[in-house]
Write a protein that binds this ligand. Structure first.
Ligand code: ADP
Ligand code: SF4
Length: 672
C-alpha cells in the first residue's frame, strides 16, 4: 500500500459495540430506488461498496411491518421471515470483502401511506399523513405502542438472522415514527408518551432498550438521529432538544449516526451548500458520548476527513453520495491514488431516482445501478476484442466519458473539440451561480485521459465533413452536443440560454422574461444570473412552481426562495402564446384567458436542438459509403438529455462497441 502517511488514521479499526469496522469509512444508509423490488441489483451495489473498501456498508431504510408500507417508493422490506433470504444475500455480498453490514430498520409512522398494505397509518397523534395520500394517521393507543415495540424487536431478530452486524433504531429525516414521537410538532399526546421531552423520548428509549436486549450481544445497535431540523425553536435543534437527547441517551446505543433533518436538509445539493455543511450541527455530539460517532456532509477530500477525525468531530466518515459517485473512494485513498477519486458533484440525480421510484443513477458514476443487470464495474472494463482507431468529436460529458472508457478498453482514441477548453456544456453550466462543483465531471475525465498513452486530445479543432472522412478512423463518434433553441419569436429580442451562459446579457434597462417549459434547473439559474446583474427579471412558466422537476432533487423550495430573494417576479400557470411588439401574449393554462406581459427581451428555456449537422451532411442513413456504418451519435447530439444521461451514453457506447447487441431485446438482465 502506498497510503499517504497523513491519511493512515483513516484506516484505523473502530470498535462499534460487539463488532469492529476495519476502517473509518462508513457507507451510511441510503436509498437507491430499487429496494424490495430489485434485491439482486441492490446486493450488487452494496457488494461494490464493500469491494471498494468501505468498512461498513448499510442498506436503505427498511420497513419493519406492513403498517410502514412506503409504496410506491421502493425501500427495503423485512416484514416477516420470508423476507430474510434476500437480506442474507446482501450481508453475504458485503461480508465477502470484510465489511460490516448495517440495516436501517424503520417504522415510518405518519410518512407511510400504506397504499399497498392498506393498513391504517400510525402516528403519535391524529394527523394527516405527510406523503402519498390525503388520509389521516391514527393516534396510537397503548396496544399500538406495545405492538410497535414488538414489531421492532422481531424485525431486529430477523435482521440478526439475515447476518447483519449493525442494526439501526431510526429517528431521522422526519420520516420515522420514533422521531415523530420525539417531535413536539407531531406529538400532542397528554399521556406519559407526550408533553415533556423525556416523555416524548420514552418510546424511542424503550425501542432502543428492547432492541439491545434482543440482539445487542452480537449486533451493534446504532441510532440514527436528526440532531437539528433547521426549524429553530419549532424543531429539534443542536442547541436545544437535539443536545438534550444526546445528553440523556449518550451511552445507550453502540453508535451515534447523527445528521440534520428532513432529507432535503440532509442531502443538500452543492448549489446550496459545500462539503461539510453539517459539521456545525453535529460537532457537539462527541463531547457528550464515548460511543463512536458518524456524520455526513458530502465528504470527498481525505484532508477534510483527517481533520474531522483529529479534531474529534467524528470517528467514522459517513458517506452516501460520495460512495455512489465512487464506490472505490476508500481503496483509492489507501493506495495513494487520491487523484483518481471520482468526486460527487452534489447534483442529486441519484436522489431523484429514489424520488421517482426508479433504479438509481449517478452523474459521475455511469455504472451505478448497472452492477447486476449489466455486469458493469466502476473500475474495470473488458479489453476490446479488436482494437479500433476511434475519432471522438466533442469533448463534453458524453465525448469525454466515451473516450476514457474506449481507451480503457485498449482502443486508440483521438478526441477533438472545437472549443478552447474541455467540458462542453459543463464549462458553461458550471459557471452559473452555485454550480462550480459540477466541473468535477470534466476534471475527473480529463485527468484520467491525460494519464493514458493511447489517447490524443485536440482543442480548437472544429471537425468538418471533409476532416472526418480524411481522418480515416475505423469508428467515428459524434458527441457534438446540443444548443438551446431560439424559438420562432419574431417581434422581440431573443437571448438563448447559451447566450446568457456566454455572458451576452440584455441591457440593465430591459425587462427580461425567462420562459421555462423544461422545469429543471436552467430557467431558474438564468433568472438568478440576470437578476444578480441588476436586470429586471420575470420567470414565466406553465407549471405551478419554479423548476418543478427539482422537487425530485430536493431543491425546489430553495430555488424558489432564492429567486424571490433576488427580486425575480414569478408568473405561474401561464403559457407563452406569442411575442408581439407590445410585449408577450400569455394565456392561463386553465381558462385560456390571455393578457399582455411587458417584456423587452425573452429567454426561452424550452428546447435544446442536437448539434447533428455532421450527421446530416454526411447523410449517414442514405449513404453507401462504408464510413457511414462506423458513425454513431451519442449524448445530447442524439437526443438532449441530462449530464448523467450523456455520461451514461458515452460509457455505454464504449462498453458495447464490438460486442453483440440485440436491438430487439432489453440491454440488461431483468429481475422481479
Ligand atoms: P454532451 O452533453 O452530449 O457531451 P456537450 O454539448 O456538452 O454534449 O459537448 C459537445 C462538445 O462538442 C462541445 O464542447 C462542442 O464544442 C463540441 N463540438 C460540437 N461540434 C463540433 C465539431 N464539429 N467539431 C469539434 N467539436 C465540436
Ligand atoms: Fe453525487 Fe450527483 Fe452522483 Fe448523486 S448523482 S452521487 S449527487 S454525482
Amino acid at each position: 500500500m502506498n497510503t499517504d502517511p497523513r491519511f493512515k488514521c483513516l484506516f484505523e479499526p473502530v470498535k462499534i459495540g460487539p463488532v469492529t469496522s476495519k476502517n473509518r469509512f462508513y457507507q451510511v444508509p441510503h436509498c437507491c430506488g430499487m429496494g424490495h423490488a430489485y434485491p439482486k441489483s441492490v446486493s450488487a451495489i452494496r457488494a461494490m461498496k464493500a469491494e471498494g473498501g468501505w468498512g461498513v456498508v448499510c442498506t436503505e431504510e427498511t420497513e419493519i411491518h406492513p403498517s410502514s408500507d412506503l409504496a410506491p417508493a421502493l425501500e427495503g422490506r423485512l416484514w416477516e421471515a420470508r423476507d430474510i433470504p434476500a437480506f442474507a444475500e446482501k450481508t453475504a455480498a458485503i461480508h465477502q470483502y470484510g465489511a460490516l453490514a448495517g440495516i436501517e430498520l424503520s417504522h415510518n409512522g405518519l410518512h407511510a401511506p400504506n397504499m399497498y398494505s392498506r393498513e391504517t397509518p400510525l402516528a403519535p397523534s391524529n394527523t394527516l399523513v405527510d406523503w402519498g395520500a390525503p388520509i389521516n394517521a391514527k393516534a396510537m393507543d397503548k396496544t399500538d405502542i406495545a405492538n410497535m415495540r414488538r414489531w421492532y424487536v422481531n424485525a431486529a431478530k430477523r435482521a440478526q438472522q439475515a447476518g447483519f452486524d449493525i442494526v439501526y433504531v431510526y429517528a431521522g429525516h422526519d420520516m420515522s415514527l420514533l422521531q415523530h414521537f420525539i417531535s413536539k410538532r407531531h406529538n400532542q399526546r397528554s399521556d406519559e408518551y407526550g408533553g415533556s421531552l423525556q416523555n416524548r423520548l420514552r418510546l424511542f428509549r424503550e425501542v432502543l432498550a428492547d432492541t439491545k436486549d434482543a440482539i445487542g450481544d452480537r449486533c451493534a445497535i446504532a441510532v440514527r438521529l436528526a440532531v437539528d431540523e433547521l426549524l429553530g425553536e419549532d424543531g429539534i435543534s443542536a442547541e436545544g432538544e437535539g443536545y438534550e437527547i444526546i445528553a440523556s441517551l449518550a451511552e445507550e446505543p453502540d453508535l451515534w449516526d447523527v445528521n440534520v433533518s428532513g432529507w432535503e436538509n440532509d442531502s443538500q445539493t452543492s448549489r446550496f451548500s459545500g462539503e461539510g455543511y453539517q459539521e456545525r450541527y453535529i460537532s457537539f455530539v462527541k463531547k457528550l458520548t464515548s460511543k463512536p460517532v458518524v456524520g455526513v456532509g458530502r465528504y470527498t477530500s481525505p484532508d477534510t476527513m483527517v481533520r474531522l477525525i483529529s479534531k474529534g468531530v467524528m470517528d467514522l466518515i459517513g458517506a452516501a453520495r460520495p460512495s455512489i459517485a465512487d464506490p472505490f473512494l476508500p481503496q483509492k485513498i489507501e493506495q495513494g491514488r487520491e487523484d483518481d477519486i471520482r468526486e460527487c458533484i452534489g447534483c442529486n440525480i441519484c436522489v431523484a431516482s429514489d424520488n421517482t421510484s426508479t433504479p438509481i443513477r449517478c452523474t459521475q458514476n455511469p455504472t451505478m445501478g448497472e452492477e447486476w443487470r449489466k455486469g458493469w464495474h466502476p473500475e474495470t472494463i473488458a479489453p476490446a476484442r479488436h482494437v479500433e482507431q476511434i475519432l471522438v468529436i466533442g469533448g463534453g460529458p458524453a465525448g469525454l466519458e466515451a473516450s476514457r472508457a474506449l481507451a480503457a478498453r485498449g482502443h486508440e482514441v483521438t478526441l477533438a473539440d472545437s472549443g478552447l477548453d474541455w467540458g462542453g456544456r459543463i464549462l458553461n453550466e458550471s459557471a452559473l451561480p452555485g454550480l462550480s462543483a459540477w466541473k468535477r465531471v470534466r476534471d475527473w475525465r480529463v485527468g484520467q485521459l491525460e494519464k493514458m498513452s493511447n489517447v490524443e486530445m485536440y482543442l480548437q479543432s472544429e471537425m468538418s465533413t471533409a476532416n472526418v472522412i480524411e481522418f480515416g478512423a475505423t469508428q467515428i463518434v459524434l458527441a457534438t452536443g446540443a444548443r438551446w433553441s431560439k424559438g420562432h419569436y419574431k417581434d422581440i429580442t431573443v437571448f438563448t440560454p447559451d447566450n446568457i451562459m456566454a455572458d451576452k446579457l440584455p441591457s440593465q434597462t430591459a425587462h427580461v422574461v425567462i420562459y421555462d417549459t423544461e422545469g429543471f434547473y436552467i430557467g431558474a439559474l438564468l433568472a438568478e444570473k440576470c437578476a444578480r446583474a441588476s436586470i429586471k427579471t420575470s420567470y414565466l412558466t406553465p407549471a405551478a412552481m419554479v423548476s418543478a422537476w427539482t422537487v425530485n432533487t430536493l431543491e425546489q423550495h430553495r430555488i424558489q426562495t432564492r429567486l424571490l430573494e433576488c427580486g425575480v417576479k414569478l408568473i405561474f400557470q401561464q403559457r407563452l402564446i406569442d411575442a408581439t411588439s407590445s410585449g408577450l401574449e400569455i394565456s392561463c393554462v386553465f381558462t385560456g384567458e390571455t393578457q399582455i406581459l411587458d417584456c423587452d427581451a425573452l429567454i426561452p428555456a424550452t428546447l435544446r436542438q442536437p448539434n447533428d449537422n455532421l450527421w446530416h451532411v454526411l447523410d449517414i442513413e442514405n449513404s453507401k459509403d462504408p464510413i457511414a456504418a462506423s458513425i454513431t451519435r451519442i449524448g445530447d447530439c442524439l437526443a438532449p438529455t441530462t449530464i448523467a444521461g450523456a455520461v451514461y451514453a458515452g460509457h455505454r457506447f464504449a462498453r458495447e462497441l464490438g460486442e453483440t447487441v440485440d436491438p430487439d431485446k432489453p440491454s440488461f438482465k431483468r429481475e422481479g
